[in-house]
Design a protein around this ligand. Structure first.
Ligand code: NAD
Ligand code: TYD
Length: 379
């Protein structure tokens, strides 16, 4: 079959990647979407069950650090676009094992960049019509202060925020121009990969875009991250480990809104630009946890507040960043993107999805799916 475009999406079996793959495969039947994923503990092909038989979708189990294979894939499929999401993504794991993060996030990104450079430079049209789109995080910017004077409201759109809960926790935000200041091994590795992407543009002219997004939530997130972990623990009446006092602030965006932004930027973004993606939706962890408890209890038919006793304050994460808050007005003004969901709607959808998909959750938490894929891909 002849396709109009051929795009590699790395990390497509993970949380955000699976939403991006689904969107691109369904929205662009004339694009060939090649999902390149190593299937680490975080990758799960069950996330893509509904689209795996589509004629414009191909899955390749591969490590992005394998430079020769990346070159070969790009050549074999005449790839003209790369949307790079594959990464080690969990801060707590990076604190325990920083090497794995440097390997995949830094060396893996470099391997892809070099493969794209050599392949595209070998073509008669060279970089014309090509794009390397690198997905990054707001965590590269470091941490913001919590210094909002009592009662002062922020002077910007709060489209995705809850009506009752729309205050920012400080007077500063992460802008595209904010200096990088990563604190965790995870964010340091992502910052390094962002620098390599920009260096390949500035040195060789490789057409690239970088986007930095805030915390995502929604279906198919691996339950080591706050929201799915806590929904599952509430369901199972297990303790909810709140780090420190639960006062840290994160800016939450529904994952499908991130996927829509990626689609828009891939097609309409300007080469060499950076775009911040976020929903102006800041929550203190403890407040967010109480909303989750209320929602899960209501959906399960438990008496209101009956799971509050599961909250367990535990030792804080090392180097725990106080506050993340993204200013995404550039993306809103220049490309017309905005988040589609109010936060309460997003949380309701998310809670219902995890409760309706207990088999997915139980498979992922039992590790059965890993054994299954090890068998399936045995040489
Ligand atoms: P995830 O951990 O759920 O998925 C990562 C995927 O990458 C998995 O499918 C895994 O198998 C794959 N992978 C890991 N190492 C690989 C390797 N060496 N070769 C090939 N594949 C490999 O992560 P996520 O939350 O979906 O995040 C995706 C991207 O978005 C990451 O780059 C992350 O830094 C970025 N990001 C995430 C968030 C968030 O809140 N989750 C926010 C902003 C940016
Ligand atoms: P997480 O989902 O790990 O995302 P990130 O660290 O990339 O922001 O954590 C979100 C917030 O929740 C963060 O401030 C750490 C906190 N947290 C807990 O309090 N307990 C937990 O068990 C986890 C996983 C996170």
């Amino acid at each position: 079959m002849n396709f109009r475009r051929s795009i590699i999406i790395t990390g497509g079996a993970g949380f955000i990647g699976s939403h991006v793959v689904r969107l691109m495969v369904c929205k662009y039947p004339d694009y060939h979407i090649i999902n390149v994923d190593k299937l680490t503990y975080a990758g799960n092909l069950a996330n893509l069950k509904d689209i795996e038989d589509r004629p414009n979708y191909t899955f390749v189990k591969a490590d992005i650090c394998d430079f020769d294979l990346m070159m070969d894939l790009m050549k074999r499929h005449s790839v003209d676009g790369i949307i790079h999401l594959a990464a080690e993504s969990h801060v707590d794991r990076s604190i325990k094992d920083p090497f794995t993060f440097a390997r995949t996030n830094v060396m893996g990104t470099l391997s892809l960049l070099q493969a794209a450079k050599l392949y595209w430079e070998s073509l008669p049209e060279k970089y014309e019509g090509k794009l390397f789109y690198h997905i990054s995080t707001d965590e590269v910017y470091g941490a913001l202060e919590m210094n909002r004077p009592e009662g002062v409201e922020p002077p910007f759109s709060t489209a995705a925020s809850s009506s009752e809960h729309h205050l920012a926790y400080g007077d500063d935000f992460f802008y595209e121009t904010t200096k990088y200041n990563p604190h965790s091994p995870y964010s340091a590795s992502k910052a390094s990969s962002d620098h390599f992407v920009r260096a390949f543009h500035d040195t060789y002219g490789l057409p690239s875009i970088v986007t930095n997004c805030s915390n995502n939530y929604g279906p198919y997130q691996f339950p080591e991250k706050l929201i799915p972990l806590f929904i599952n623990n509430i369901r199972k009446r297990k303790p909810l480990p709140v780090y420190g006092k639960g006062e840290n602030v994160r800016d939450w965006l529904f994952v499908e809104d991130h996927a829509r932004a990626i689609d828009l930027i891939f097609h309409k973004g300007k080469v060499a630009e950076t775009y911040n993606i976020g929903g102006f939706n800041e929550w203190k962890n403890i407040d967010l946890i109480k909303v989750m408890i209320k929602t899960v209890d209501r959906v399960l038919g438990n008496p209101e507040g009956s799971s509050l006793d599961l909250i367990t304050y535990v030792t804080d994460r090392l180097g725990h960043d106080a506050r993340y808050a993204i200013d995404s007005s550039k993306l809103q003004k220049e490309l017309g993107w905005e988040p589609s969901l109010q936060f309460e709607e997003g949380i309701e959808k998310t809670v219902r999805w995890y409760l309706d998909n207990q088999e997915w959750m139980d498979n992922v938490t039992s590790g059965d799916y890993q054994k299954y894929y090890e068998e399936m891909y045995k040489a």
